[in-house]
Design a protein around this ligand. Structure first.
Ligand SMILES: Cc1cc2nc3c(=O)[nH]c(=O)nc-3n(C[C@H](O)[C@H](O)[C@H](O)COP(=O)(O)O)c2cc1C
Ligand code: SF4
Length: 435
């Protein structure tokens, strides 16, 4: 597409030694922090709010607005405020945050210090997925360099501002990416979600106000503070400004992480950036935002652009965390869904009966279907299970497991009923509840 493709988050990727302080600073790192140290905290929040930045962890909630939910000092009863960076990244199909940290750890550290200053936090934690030991080692090295240079810690660059940043390694549980489970795990408790409200911004880590933001979100904050809200809003769409990192995988020629302006046509992402399908193949389906979001048909893909609004309007799906999974005509969707449900059944934290029992049940029906041992009635039970899990659980994991089932069954029923040896029943389509 003939639109500018500015590299905001990936500007230093590919520069040899970009993870070291010397090279990162040579290419502009910590310019935003120097500017932020001269700004009042409320002014930093105002810039981020005006930029229209929306959280990149999946839900797309406006970042600046979230920061304003932290109660003012006089209403905090002496409690500290915490910033927590969510680097858990376990959603199947999503693999951007590890690249962000690996290629440019200083951009994240800078974003953490700026965001912490904006919300009044003196401590920021970066919670990393258990498997990211190699990423944590590189980040710890960058943190040590930043601390030694006075960019992190007490009296940053002589400004009187104190912000320390610590890394914390999880134990490899997908549910610890959910913010309340993450905070429990950070506290040393079992990583299980809590009912909201209260939201973490009001009552989070150690019952203190806590802002949880994704890695990509905090890196975008760095760029926004340096370049201003208007420059950010000049990229992307009106409701979804800026760039987004898309994690492209599946049956494509060039898998990888691509930074593009929001609103980029989905078909062009597939054909131009990803190099198109493999020779002689045709498109069967796309999961546009990580494994938890509804699947899209080729007709929907042709009409959608890569932003929150378009994907939802065209297909009922979501941009999510940007995990763009492409499936060609060879993909067995029954097998693919069974594989997804194996993941959800394994990762359910087990607190809620619909999720704990339902995910295992859905997985067992799907394995029987895959093996040609299920009936038409089983497919109806499968849909009922998904409909009864969605919105009936403590956290959004339940919906995340239900939506793939609902959407696969609604959009590709032929494949599922064929495995039960029957055609799609006449009453099937109107009754399907997924969009
Ligand atoms: C089951 C589940 C898993 C999640 N995993 C992640 C994750 O790995 N990384 C992430 O940033 N957000 C994840 N989230 C979203 C977080 O709860 C939270 O909304 C996000 O970290 C907020 O950051 P943002 O506002 O910058 O997007 C997950 C949510 C759910 C329900
Ligand atoms: S929905 Fe699932 S993962 Fe979330 S709290 Fe309930 S049982 Fe745990």
């Amino acid at each position: 597409m003939d639109v500018p493709k500015p590299r905001i988050l990936t500007a230093r990727w590919g520069i040899p030694g970009s993870h070291t302080l010397a090279v990162a600073q040579e290419h502009g790192a910590y310019t935003a922090l120097r500017k932020a140290l001269t700004m009042a905290p409320a002014d930093i929040t105002a810039v981020v709010k005006a930029s229209g930045l929306r959280g990149r962890g999946g839900a797309g909630f406006p970042t600046g607005t979230k920061w304003t939910f932290v109660p003012p000092e006089e209403k905090r009863g002496g409690k500290p405020v915490y910033l927590v960076c969510n680097a858990d990244e376990s959603e199947p199909g999503t693999f951007k945050d590890r690249y962000c940290i690996w290629n440019d750890p200083h951009m994240l550290i800078e974003g953490c210090v700026i965001a912490a200053r904006a919300i009044g936090a003196k401590v920021a934690y970066i919670y990393l997925r258990g498997e990211f030991k190699y990423v944590k080692d590189r980040l710890d090295q960058a943190l040590a360099e930043a601390r030694a240079a006075g960019l992190v810690g007490k009296n940053i660059l002589g400004s009187g501002v104190d912000v320390d940043v610590w890394t914390h390694q999880g134990a490899g549980a997908y549910i610890c990416g959910e913010e309340t489970a993450l905070l429990s795990s950070l506290e040393g408790e079992r990583g299980q979600p809590k009912l909201k409200p209260p939201f973490p911004a009001v009552e989070g880590a150690w019952r203190s106000p806590t802002i949880v933001n994704n890695v990509e979100t905090l890196q975008a904050v760095t760029w926004i503070v340096e370049h201003g809200a208007d420059a950010y809003k000049a990229i992307g769409t009106e409701k979804a400004p800026g760039t987004k990192l898309f994690c492209c995988s599946g049956n494509i020629r060039k898998p990888g992480v691509y930074e593009l302006p929001l609103g980029y046509p989905m078909m062009e992402l597939l054909n131009d950036e990803c190099g198109g399908l493999l020779p002689g193949r045709s498109l069967k389906a796309v999961i546009p935002g990580g494994s938890s979001v509804p699947i899209m048909t080729p007709a929907e893909v042709a009409r959608a652009t890569m932003d929150y609004e378009s994907i939802n309007e065209v297909s009922g799906s979501y941009l999510g965390s940007g995990g763009f999974i492409v499936m060609d005509d060879r993909t067995d969707l029954v097998d693919a869904l069974a594989n997804l449900l194996r993941f959800y059944a394994h990762e359910s934290c087990g607190q809620c009966t619909p999720c704990r029992e339902g995910c295992g049940w859905m997985y067992s029906i799907l394995t029987r279907l895959r093996d040609g041992e299920a009936t038409e009635a089983d497919i109806r039970v499968l849909r009922d299970l998904a409909n009864n899990i969605h919105s009936r659980t403590i956290c959004f994991f339940g919906a995340s497991a239900a939506m793939p089932v609902q959407s696969f069954l609604k959009k590709f029923p032929e494949e599922f009923f064929a495995r039960a040896g029957v055609g799609v029943p006449d009453d099937w389509r109107p009754a399907a509840s997924a969009k």
